[in-house]
Design a protein around this ligand. Structure first.
Ligand code: UTP
Length: 409
């Protein structure tokens, strides 16, 4: 793209502030900026013009049926046999969503490279791979693993895995792909400059993972291997069970397009989004959208009717994902602290929120998938998220939970 082309485009878009320092840049800087402008994904304009209605007021929300622990335990052997058979037949692959920036944890580099060990190093990636390898050893087959990164952490992530010998997994079974980036804007909708030659870009949320997998040519790879189910999981839960045969078996057995591991809410006001139905479609309702009445509503067994909190561990049917691949999912606008170029020419992270980022969420895929099975897991055994350094959902709380499950730290 030439300077004139960039100027014409940005004038049309009302974003000429991106060229403010163009004349000060050297040849490389000019090229960087023009390339970045050419690659801007303009989807955010539509999101700003028509923000997603988060109120849920036009929805027909009802509780959703799921499998509780007692039901799962009663059919455990049957589900497990179905799951093991599918895994052995190579029908299950795992997809780790690790493109996030882990800002709350406040570390540079990939969150999965964080050392949660006490007496010896234990990286988040490593602990998750130990969990996965329990399944591969049991089934006697390797589950192919696809890892989503972003421009912000790709090089560090791939070199970390290489350096650590892929945590004992065969290198050829681990494939990396990058997610897309979206611009960050100020409160007037103007794209923020991070440096004189760099617009502020950040990973566009975890909802676009399938499009990115496809763009990287990896869907062909899945077909070539005969994969039918994709187990998506987040990098931050160190008790995560990946390709869990019982979960795989229960999802296949139920005939749905998607299984979702869930934890049951411990009180009506727990701050977690819950799975529900919207008319005939499965959906998610955020805790702040539940009315008092809904939050306290009980089912026929006296349990909370809206209780299934999703924990970012889903099993998606590949054929359905391909069918819905072109459907748009909502773009959420989130206020964040965005690193920006200050008046004095220095790039800094502000003390408080200074703009908006645009993100799609994997959970929003549940609706177009058309059907979902909420599958209850025991919280203390499978849910140890690391979002913060201390306090709730932190390194500290995850360490306690790991210890409680016999993991040596
Ligand atoms: P979170 O919502 O916790 O975001 O991601 P995060 O970026 O890791 O952390 P904060 O909010 O900046 O503190 C849940 C999962 O989704 C992945 C993360 O890597 C994590 O596994 N994710 C998130 C992506 O893969 N891409 C994204 O753009 C955002």
């Amino acid at each position: 793209m030439t300077f004139e082309q960039a100027q014409a485009l940005l004038t049309k878009k009302g974003q000429t502030q991106l060229l403010k320092y163009y004349d000060e840049l050297d040849a490389q800087g000019k090229e960087n900026l023009l390339t970045a402008i050419e690659n801007i994904n303009w989807d955010f304009e539509a999101a700003l013009a028509n923000p997603v209605d988060m109120s849920g007021k036009d929805r027909d929300i009802k509780p959703i049926a799921g499998l509780r622990q007692a039901q799962i335990q009663a059919k455990k052997a049957e589900f497990e046999a179905i799951g093991v058979e599918a895994i052995k037949a190579g029908k299950v692959a795992a997809v780790l969503l690790a493109g996030g920036m882990g800002t709350r944890l406040g570390v540079d580099g990939p969150k999965g490279a964080y050392d949660i060990g006490v007496t010896k190093p234990l990286y988040i990636f490593e602990q998750q791979m130990k969990n996965l390898m329990e399944v591969t050893q049991k089934c006697g087959v390797i589950v192919p693993l696809y890892i989503m990164t972003s421009d912000k952490n790709h090089a560090q992530t791939t070199s970390f895995w290489k350096e650590h010998g892929y945590f004992g997994y065969p290198e050829m079974e681990v494939k990396f792909f990058k997610q897309e980036m979206a611009p960050a804007v100020d409160y007037d909708g103007k794209i923020i400059l991070e440096r004189k030659d760099t617009p502020a870009l950040s990973p566009n949320g975890n909802g676009g993972w399938f499009g990115s997998l496809k763009a990287a040519g990896l869907v062909e790879d899945l077909h070539a291997r005969g994969v039918e189910w994709l187990n998506i999981y987040a990098v931050d839960n160190v008790l995560q069970r990946i390709a869990d045969p019982v979960f795989v078996g229960a999802t296949i057995d139920s005939g749905v397009n998607c299984g979702a591991k869930v934890i049951c809410k411990t009180n009506p006001y727990e701050k977690v989004g819950v799975l529900c139905m919207d008319g005939t479609q499965p959906d998610i309702i955020e805790y702040y959208e539940l009315t008092d009445e809904m939050a306290n509503q009980k089912d026929e067994n006296g349990d909370l009717a809206y209780c299934y909190g999703a924990i970012m561990n889903y099993l998606f049917r590949l054929s359905k994902l391909e069918e819905i691949a072109d459907k748009k999912i909502p773009v959420h606008i989130v206020e964040k602290k965005i690193e920006c170029l200050c008046e004095d020419g220095v790039t800094r992270k502000p003390e408080k929120e200074n703009g908006k980022k645009f993100e799609t969420l994997a959970v929003d895929l549940i609706k177009p998938m058309g059907s979902v099975l909420p599958f209850e897991v025991v919280r203390e055994k499978e849910f140890a998220p690391i979002k913060n350094k201390t306090g709730v959902d932190s390194v500290e709380s995850a360490r306690e939970l790991l210890k409680g499950n016999g993991v040596e730290l």
